[in-house]
Design a protein around this ligand. Structure first.
Ligand code: UTP
Length: 297
């Protein structure tokens, strides 16, 4: 019987420079799509996939994240007094059981691989998931759940994969495909941020992973890679060199790159349009804007 994936690492120690000046004092993961912080989407997805232990790799200035998952007795008492049960219900999702959440510091932003490695003692000898909260994926079945289900058959290491235009591939880790089985692909190599024209395929790695403790050991061995950072993809690619299975999983869902301003705005619009309480008013506003734009042309 394969061991269940019950632990997830959330690397949130990056500097978030693309959102300066906001990220000077606000962690990127606390920024909201409509009214829910990015991190809430990531936690909900993890919970749906059966994750019980949530490990955050943080850095200086991320205190707001710890507070977000704490109870707020004053606020709750005030809402209770004024009979705002609907808001109390919404807050429930932000609370974590004592002992279910752990925070580890990455003292220097040495890269995603290094951030994951910082959590190695909490992972011990189990498979684990990694979720990058700035990749937000709208999906009928939450993407990590799709992957955990696929992993039950495959074992090995698995990364979420998405087709990207060839000319965009150098922004991603890219899969070198050995065997294409539809939703699953067997991978024979991975290149982090390939030079233009050198991407081995148009299948890019997106921020969801299921990994084995062996990958953590590989991270100690890999040197700094693309961008001078210790790359997670290099440590996963090492698995292939050592003859172990690595799979890409073509997930069903729409991914938004909320680490970039354009992606964040697109997600904001898409999530607002998906809300019954906002849709109509928002569509009216957009139509008005478009009409004004047309009239001005
Ligand atoms: P990004 O490449 O988006 O970097 O990291 P960033 O620092 O968050 O943002 P920019 O590029 O400066 O705007 C992808 C994920 O990896 C985490 C980030 O927090 C984010 O979730 N990360 C990255 C770390 O935890 N530590 C690192 O050293 C690097």
């Amino acid at each position: 019987m394969r061991r269940k994936v019950t632990k997830a690492i959330f690397p949130v120690a990056g500097l978030g420079t693309r959102f300066l000046p906001a990220t000077k004092s606000i962690p990127k993961e606390i920024m909201t799509l409509v009214d829910r912080p990015l991190i809430q989407y990531a936690i909900d997805e993890a919970r749906a996939a059966g994750i019980k232990e949530f490990i955050f790799v943080t850095s200086r200035g991320k205190g707001a994240l710890e507070d977000y998952f704490d109870i707020n007795p004053t606020l709750e008492a005030s809402l209770r007094r004024s009979g705002k049960d609907d808001l109390l219900e919404i807050l429930k999702n932000t609370n974590m059981e004592s002992g279910a959440i752990a925070y580890i510091r990455q003292h220097k932003a040495l890269g995603l691989g290094h951030a994951v490695w910082c959590a190695r003692r909490l992972i011990a000898n189990e498979p684990f998931a990694v979720i990058l909260p700035d990749d937000v994926i709208a999906a009928e079945t939450p993407v990590l759940q799709q992957m955990v289900e696929a992993y039950e058959d495959t074992g090995g290491a698995m990364v979420a994969a998405m087709e990207v235009p060839k000319d965009k591939a150098s922004a991603y880790g890219v899969l070198d495909v050995a065997e294409d089985m539809g939703a699953l692909v067997r991978v024979k190599g991975m290149v982090e941020k390939p030079k233009p024209g050198e991407a081995p395929s148009n299948l890019a790695v997106i921020g969801r992973y299921i990994l084995t403790p062996k990958v953590l050991q590989n991270i100690s061995k890999v040197r700094t890679g693309a961008g001078g950072e210790i790359q997670l993809t290099d440590a996963i690619a090492e698995e292939i060199v050592e003859g172990r299975d690595v799979f890409g999983y073509r997930f069903r869902g729409q991914r938004f790159d909320c680490g970039s301003k354009a992606g964040f705005l697109q997600a904001t619009v898409a999530f607002a349009l998906a809300r019954d309480d906002l849709r109509d008013e928002f569509i009216d506003y957009i139509e008005e804007l478009l009409a004004l734009r047309k009239a001005a042309q």
